[in-house]
Design a protein around this ligand. Structure first.
Ligand code: ADP
Ligand code: F6P
Length: 320
């Protein structure tokens, strides 16, 4: 292994820059040449490369987004696109790649590994929805952003004795909703992992809380479950409490990474290069019991992430 590439793929996440920095500096410190690949697998196909030195990654550890840009690349999923990417690796001397992204990006990394370019995946997504790891780079920053936004919403919700329904990201996973819901004291948290009933889980909980004097309510709901404007109108109709819907959207993906994201991204970046330097590929870096570990990509993709039902119960026990 003489030259390693590094790329970010799929949705960006705060902390990706810290991971790029760690990969670059660890690689250089081991005597490797490091090449940045812009815009994910699209950049690999197009040969959009950036020669990295120690200073290329100065002043990025505190920045959200990704200095290498990111993309979703339908072309890379085709055999022709994959062959183009391999040709670029051969022509430019890239022997292995650190791929920072989610499950989809790992599948691409696995395909490349199978064709002779060892790749190591690093979990980068705000959703924390990658089964093999307890933690994904970006989750903590996104949670803190959501918490700050909902704290602000609470001021106006409380002033008007209203209910706020807040839609957060997560794609098909409720980790952002659950953790932020606990942090902001939401009356109800709605996640895809647990079916919900509007009467039982929202209306009657609000009415019970009203009975002990509560006058304003926050409902946190994961995206892709229902139309939050319709849900808000329904709540207002059934309870008589003025209700507003807020969709936090992509603001959740931005911002300066928290300590946790910077430290874990740095550890994972270091670990990925240790593997690549030994010529090891087709593995993903993960967190288990607060330690950095690695798994075979196929094994990782087969894993199922359990939903923390106990945390879900706690959220609802203490928020009424
Ligand atoms: P994420 O990595 O966040 O899960 P995507 O699912 O969009 O994001 O995947 C990112 C990119 O990884 C895709 O645009 C594609 O280029 C590549 N990819 C996804 N699935 C596969 C696959 N089955 N085979 C090869 N490449 C894939
Ligand atoms: O995976 C991260 C994420 O932000 C999800 O929470 C969300 O569903 C999706 O990406 C949004 O993707 P896009 O940026 O393509 O709209």
């Amino acid at each position: 292994m003489r030259t390693i590439g590094v790329l970010t793929s799929g949705g960006d996440a705060p902390g990706m820059n810290a991971a790029i920095r760690a990969v670059t500096r660890t690689g250089i410190s081991m005597g490797l040449r490091v090449v940045g690949i812009r815009r994910g697998y699209n950049g690999l196909i197009a040969g959009d490369l950036l020669e990295m030195n120690l200073r290329s990654v100065s002043d990025i550890i505190h920045r959200g987004g990704t200095m290498l840009f990111t993309a979703r690349s339908p072309e890379f999923k085709t055999e022709e696109g994959m062959q183009k990417a391999i040709r670029v690796c051969r022509e430019t001397g890239i022997d292995g790649i650190a791929v920072i992204g989610g499950d989809g990006s790992y599948r691409g990394a696995s395909d490349l590994s199978a064709r002779g370019i060892p790749c190591i995946g690093l979990p980068g997504t705000i959703d924390n929805d990658i089964a093999c790891t307890e933690y994904t780079i970006g989750f903590d920053t996104a949670l803190n952003t959501v918490m700050q936004m909902i704290d602000r919403l609470r001021d106006t919700t409380e002033s008007h004795d209203r209910c706020s329904v807040v839609e957060v990201m997560g794609r098909d996973a409720g980790y952002i909703a659950l953790h932020s819901g606990i942090a902001v004291g939401a009356t109800t948290v709605i996640v895809p992992e647990v079916p919900f009933d509007i009467e039982k889980d929202i209306i009657s909980r609000m009415q019970t809380a009203q009975g002990s004097g509560k006058k304003h309510f926050i409902i946190v709901i994961c995206e892709n479950i229902c139309n939050v404007s319709d849900l808000s109108q329904d709540i207002e109709k059934r309870t008589g409490i003025e209700t507003r819907a807020t969709i936090l959207g992509h603001v959740q993906r931005g911002g300066s990474p928290t300590v946790r994201d910077r430290v874990i991204a740095s550890q994972m970046g270091f670990h990925a290069v240790e593997l690549l330097a030994k010529g090891i590929g087709n593995r993903v870096v993960a967190m288990k019991d607060d330690h950095i570990v690695d798994y075979d990509i196929f094994e990782a993709l087969r894993m199922k992430k359990p939903f923390d039902r106990q945390l879900f119960e706690i959220a609802h026990t203490i928020s009424i």
